[in-house]
Unconditional design. Structure first.
Length: 308
């Protein structure tokens, strides 16, 4: 065979194989980016950051009208128990506001989301780096074929044949049991007697994310999560200063649920509600969801939030 013909044939074979792989991935559509998703129940298989980024492109805005933005502190909050809004939990273990902002941008790229619930916790503004992979439009095209997609199929098969349990549900809620000991980062952040360190780039990203949401006329509710009273007491002044700083980003149209206020002292004082003082046990997380839902319904009744 002549070299030129061989080269053309080889390139054609490669192109054909790549097209076949891309076509198969589009047909399976494990992340719901290639066809309509209403009524589908998709879960984040594979690398969670990539999975939720891709799910947010279409599945989230087509099936939900609100999202929860947070880190591991809120990752096991079962948003499926909320009734005032249909909320997808975008929280990711170890995530900061830069990573969560990328997920939010993806979810807001098409109409559907009417409310953003921001978990106001110093972990989100402690760093600004992408922990595993930079989430961008390039990640989207990886849905046609990538190492991350191969990992997702591996997890899907392991779950299907009973070798692995689902780590998240169709609402994005993580099924993990919260850790029994604080991570090194949380130990550092919650060290008594110190104000919270705030990464300037992360704070700027937080400000820009909020401005982007506001520009789209999407409603916002900020949630200061609960933590065990003994931990909170040692950082009371630091939390006051941190919340005071975040309040400068808020307008009268924004709502706030502060679980460090006296209204929720009973939740904080019961140490059994927490596994490590920060992460809620599943039963306590469900109780917290009930409290959040009650406040959302209250604001809807008062005309301070629009459900539809």
């Amino acid at each position: 065979m002549r070299p030129r013909i061989w080269l053309v044939a080889t390139l054609a074979s490669i192109a054909g194989a790549a097209s076949a792989v891309a076509g198969a991935n589009a047909l399976v559509d494990i992340y719901g980016v290639f066809r309509a998703t209403p009524g589908r129940r998709l879960v984040p298989y594979g690398e969670e950051r990539v999975a939720k980024y891709l799910l947010s492109a279409r599945y989230v805005p087509e099936n939900f009208n609100a999202v929860l933005i947070g880190s591991s502190v809120s990752a096991n909050w079962n948003t499926g128990k909320l009734g005032a809004f249909r909320v997808y939990n975008e929280s990711i273990n170890g995530a900061n506001i830069v990573e969560e902002g990328a997920l939010l941008d993806s979810a807001l790229s098409r109409p559907g989301i009417r409310l953003v619930l921001f978990v106001a916790h110093p972990y989100l503004t402690d760093s600004h780096d992408f922990k595993t992979v930079e989430l961008s439009r390039k990640t989207y095209w990886g849905a046609f074929g990538s190492d991350y997609l191969r990992g997702a199929y591996t997890d899907w098969l392991r779950v299907r044949f009973g070798h692995m349990q689902l780590t998240s549900d169709e609402f994005g809620t993580d099924n993990f049991e919260a850790p029994n000991e604080l991570s090194p980062d949380l130990k550092r952040i919650l060290r008594p007697g110190e104000d919270f360190a705030v990464d300037p780039q992360a704070l700027q990203a937080y400000r820009e994310t909020i401005s982007s949401v506001r520009a789209r006329h999407v409603q916002m509710v900020f949630i200061v999560p609960p933590l065990y009273e003994k931990l909170y007491a040692a950082k009371r002044e630091a939390f006051r200063k941190y919340l005071e700083m975040l309040r400068t980003f808020l307008t009268p149209e924004d709502q706030l649920i502060d679980f460090t206020s006296g209204r929720y002292s009973g939740l904080r004082e019961n140490g059994d509600n927490f596994t490590d003082g920060v992460h809620l046990r599943r039963s306590a997380a469900d109780e917290t969801m009930g409290m959040i839902d009650a406040r959302l319904r209250e604001w809807i009744a008062l005309g301070q939030l629009r459900a539809e």
